[in-house]
Design a protein around this ligand. Structure first.
Ligand SMILES: Cc1cc2nc3c(=O)[nH]c(=O)nc-3n(C[C@H](O)[C@H](O)[C@H](O)COP(=O)(O)O)c2cc1C
Length: 155
């Protein structure tokens, strides 16, 4: 399953840590949505969109990227990290996927170290996250997603 994961990970690189574990599990290209690049998502079997939660949802740079580049009908999945709660999470991305006829294969989320605003005064929240268990859950999530995709392909 040739996969591209389009991501935004700026606050502490928490989401990128999760994605690197997924990338080690297969044929995965990580695309930073803030980098100028030629984007050809048609070449992939499956597209992931990933971000820290910023103001209760995925970063708008990821949503804008999906709106512009996600090909019609392409299977997608979502991954996020958050300090406290994922809020509406990938709701906007789900809507874009629906509009483009893209099946949603799954969504992963875990806590990520957060020193935004007043939390910095407390030394941050979700300290130490993503931790080893979060990363193992991320690895299993992606492994399962890939197995499901591969078994669907063989039918
Ligand atoms: C500007 C800003 C807004 C944030 N908004 C939220 C939020 O609404 N809910 C939440 O649980 N965490 C929030 N966080 C914490 C991040 O979601 C969390 O630290 C995440 O792991 C950051 O991912 P990254 O390091 O990959 O960018 C926010 C952080 C920043 C800097």
């Amino acid at each position: 399953m040739k996969t591209a994961i389009c991501y935004y990970s700026r606050h502490h690189g928490n989401t990128l840590q999760v994605l690197e574990v997924m990338a080690a599990e297969g044929d995965v290209t990580l695309l930073d949505v803030t980098t100028r690049q030629i984007v050809r998502l048609e070449e992939y079997d499956c597209i992931g969109f990933a971000s820290g939660i910023y103001g209760f949802s995925f970063h708008q740079a990821v949503t804008a990227f999906a709106r512009q580049y996600l090909p019609q009908g392409k299977p997608v999945f979502f991954a996020c990290t958050y300090g406290m709660t994922k809020g509406s999470g990938p709701k906007d991305l789900m809507e874009i996927a629906r509009e483009k006829g893209c099946p949603v294969l799954g969504a992963f989320g875990c806590k990520g170290y957060d020193t935004f605003g007043p939390f910095a005064l407390l030394g941050g929240i979700a300290k130490g996250h993503p931790d080893a268990r979060d990363l193992e859950n991320a690895r299993r999530f992606f492994q399962k997603l890939r197995e499901n995709y591969d078994s669907g392909e063989k039918k």
